[in-house]
Write a protein that binds this ligand. Structure first.
Ligand code: HEC
Length: 241
């Protein structure tokens, strides 16, 4: 009986927690791991805008070259930071101690973030920063209140401001407005974020790209096998009829 009550309580609690998290509707990320150009673009955005603070410690530039079918020289020129070698890992430029001093928290390694948070959450997160001068970084985030990360993409997206409404006598954010000062249009910015999230999904399990390719061969083999089996069956039954 006690167990039953505990599990009921847990079920009740977890449902209220997920309900609270669902109040922000997540945007759907456009993930396509077979689009190698998109993956290369995403890797480039990541190196330019994120790698100052975050690492993806299991991936070397060499792996990008192999997985994306892009020559090593091009990966070094277009994706890796200046001075990086093809065998280098995608490590951040900052040491953990400084990071903690500046941000109050160490920027987490992003290797597995696409699995722990999900692609849609990351997309929504990257698009949901807004100006908040009461915060040390000058920014806050709708899906990650009091976030310790500055808004790295404001120059591309433009500055966002919250519009509030009252809900149960509490002020909550209804939506964000954009001041239109971004270098990219809303659509271009959406594509930019999709490429970045696509790359993070790849990074969370680089073997997915290989496996998807292998899947094509497996399907081809099964198809061939079916044809052969059919022909064999016809051949065998010929004499019996
Ligand atoms: C100036 C340093 C800095 C840069 C650059 C930066 N971040 Fe962050 N990021 C942080 C810090 C610090 C946190 C931890 C925030 C917290 O826990 O309050 C964080 C948290 C995150 C998280 C949430 C991780 C989690 O599960 O809690 C994601 C996702 C993320 N960053 C993605 C990115 C992406 C993508 C970029 C590039 C567009 C980027 N970050 C650029 C400092 C940075």
């Amino acid at each position: 009986m006690k167990n039953l009550i505990t599990s009921l309580l847990i079920a009740l609690l977890s449902s209220t927690v997920s309900f609270a998290a669902e109040t922000v509707k997540l945007e759907k990320a456009d993930i396509d791991l077979s689009n190698k150009q998109a993956l290369e673009r995403g890797a480039g955005h990541y190196v330019t805008y994120c790698m100052g603070c975050h690492s993806i410690k299991y991936i070397r530039y060499l792996r990008l070259s192999r997985d994306f079918d892009i020559p090593e020289a091009d990966i070094l020129k277009e994706v890796a930071p200046i001075g990086a070698g093809i065998y280098d890992k995608m490590l951040n430029a900052m040491n953990a101690h400084d990071a903690k001093k500046w941000f109050g928290i160490e920027p987490p390694d992003l290797s597995l973030v696409a699995r722990s948070r999900g692609a849609d959450w990351i997309k929504t997160y990257l698009k949901s920063f807004y100006t908040d001068s009461s915060k040390p970084m000058g920014a806050n985030n709708v899906v990650f209140p009091d976030v310790g990360m500055p808004n790295m993409l404001w120059q591309l997206q433009g500055e966002q401001h919250p519009v509030y409404k009252m809900e149960n006598q509490k002020q909550v954010i209804e939506h964000l407005t954009n001041d239109g000062s971004g270098k990219l249009s809303a659509e271009q910015f959406d594509d930019f974020v999709d490429d970045l999230v696509n790359f993070l999904v790849y990074a969370s399990e680089p073997a997915q790209v290989e496996r998807q390719e292998m899947g094509k061969y497996v399907l081809f083999f099964i198809l061939m096998f079916t044809v052969i089996a059919y022909l064999l069956k016809k051949e065998y039954w010929k004499d019996i009829h």
